[in-house]
Design a protein around this ligand. Structure first.
Ligand code: AMP
Ligand code: MG
Length: 426
């Protein structure tokens, strides 16, 4: 049986980075840049005011204070988006709002709070301000944002390979970019198998269970940036399975759940072996031992043969989610051009004891949180591989190595963080 690392290596070596696409910037969130972004403009385009106040010549404020204000003649008001036709000449000032381009002749801005404008307005509310007293001696350059101080025209502002976050989208927008070349998102077909499965929203006949895997798995695909294509439920018979798998032809990856164990009706891997090829089956991990990985034969839209990576995830609801986190997520991220494929992991003091009698690597569901500077991990109750609520209660998976037979309360283990509870209320 392969170790987790060996299995992951085999999967990663069979998937490659997808092609690029051009998308509106709003759609690129989470995707990887496939071009260097060069700005065609300076940001800001012009020197402008960082404050609401008066654009002045610093020399005119020499010796000014609240007790000895320097009076200047007010010749204009300029707001953001407009340009004053007036020039600030010695002894004059122009009222200026934040973001408005600096008028000619001015070298600094005195904010309203450091002038007597308020008092003048109070004493003669109906008159426009024609004169202002300056309360401070200011240096040239004060309260001005310089043209190009954020982005210089012609400079590379974002590098190819960068993962796009809201800030990157904002930076692109600030330079006027509407579209961007990125690595496209993988389309992932999701098919659940099992005669016992019933679709949500329908009545539940005796002996049957609802299909939860399609939903948890498709949501994981979405969460990590892929496009899920839910193919529904296939019965455990060859005809239905083969026919449903046809809809996976245009996908970049196929995920099935169930039908990969030793039972009489576990035929996913048999069909994979017959119509494609199996790279491996079974991993030394708990939960998630009966993972099958192979390549399904398919055809591209223009009729060329292609191979679709196929992960046959275990049917148990928790096993298939854990297998996704360990094996599918890194593969999807690689296809999207990402370099960091691991979830963060922290050392944590475990508050429960765990027995490992299977000689496999255990990933138990836990709440890991920081207390007094240390991470503490508590298991989320019963850890059966069908107990999906153990996953819903958890923010992490604690790792018990294959060779460790007993972990005792108080031991330190590695916790693989699925969510940080500083961010998610669990
Ligand atoms: P299998 O590997 O097909 O034998 O499935 C293992 C266990 O997982 C069985 O108890 C199934 O009923 C359960 N199971 C399989 N598929 C799903 C699904 N889509 N949603 C919830 N449970 C499932
Ligand atoms: Mg089954």
């Amino acid at each position: 049986m392969l170790t987790v690392e060996e299995a992951l290596q085999k999967i990663l070596s069979e998937v490659s980075v997808l092609e690029t696409e051009t998308v509106p910037i709003m759609e690129s969130l989470g995707q990887v840049l496939a071009e260097d972004i060069v700005s065609g403009i300076n940001v800001p385009p012009l020197d402008n005011s960082a404050m609401d106040g008066y654009a002045v010549r610093a020399a005119d404020t020499k010796g000014a204070s609240e007790k000895t204000p320097k009076d200047l003649k007010v010749t204009d008001t300029v707001i953001a988006g407009e340009i004053s036709k007036k020039e600030v000449t010695p002894g004059t000032a122009i009222r200026i709002m934040t973001g408005a381009p600096m008028p000619k002749g001015a070298d600094s801005v005195v904010q309203f709070e450091n002038t007597d404008e308020e008092q003048r307005k109070k004493s003669s509310p109906d008159k426009p301000v024609t004169q202002v007293g300056i309360f401070e001696e200011i240096e040239a350059g004060k309260n001005i944002r310089l043209a190009g101080e954020d982005v210089k025209r012609g400079s590379v502002i974002l590098k190819q390979g960068t993962t796009i976050r809201p800030a990157e989208i904002g930076v692109m927008a600030s330079t006027g970019r509407a579209k961007v070349i990125v690595i496209r998102r993988p389309v992932v077909a999701v098919l659940s198998t099992g005669n016992e499965l019933v679709e949500v929203g329908k009545p539940l006949p005796e002996g049957r269970i609802y299909n939860s895997n399609s939903y948890s798995i498709a949501s994981l695909v979405k969460r990590y940036g892929g496009i899920p294509k839910i193919l529904g439920i296939a019965k455990d018979d060859e005809k239905d399975l083969v026919s449903k798998l046809k809809d996976a032809q245009d996908a970049d990856m196929l995920l099935t759940t169930g039908g990969v164990s030793m039972g009489d009706y576990d035929m996913v891997k048999d069909i994979l072996a017959r119509d494609g090829k199996i790279v491996f089956w079974k991993v030394r991990v708990k939960p998630g031992k009966p993972l099958a990985f192979g390549k399904m034969k398919g055809t591209t839209k223009d009729g060329k043969p292609k191979e679709i990576p196929h992960l046959g995830l275990p049917g148990n609801a928790t096993s298939c989610m854990v297998s996704f986190e360990l094996f599918v997520r890194p593969a999807l991220l690689k296809m999207m051009g990402k370099k960091k494929l691991d979830k963060p992991s922290v050392p944590a003091i475990i508050k429960d004891s765990v027995k490992n009698d299977a000689g496999r690597r255990i990933y138990d569901r836990a709440i890991t949180e920081k207390r007094d500077g240390h991470y503490i991990a508590r298991l989320t109750g019963p850890q059966g591989s069908g107990i999906l609520t153990s996953m819903a209660l958890a923010n992490s998976l604690v790792l018990i190595p294959e060779k460790v037979e007993n972990v005792n309360k108080g031991d330190t283990v590695q916790a693989l963080m699925l969510d940080w509870n500083e961010e998610v209320d669990i």
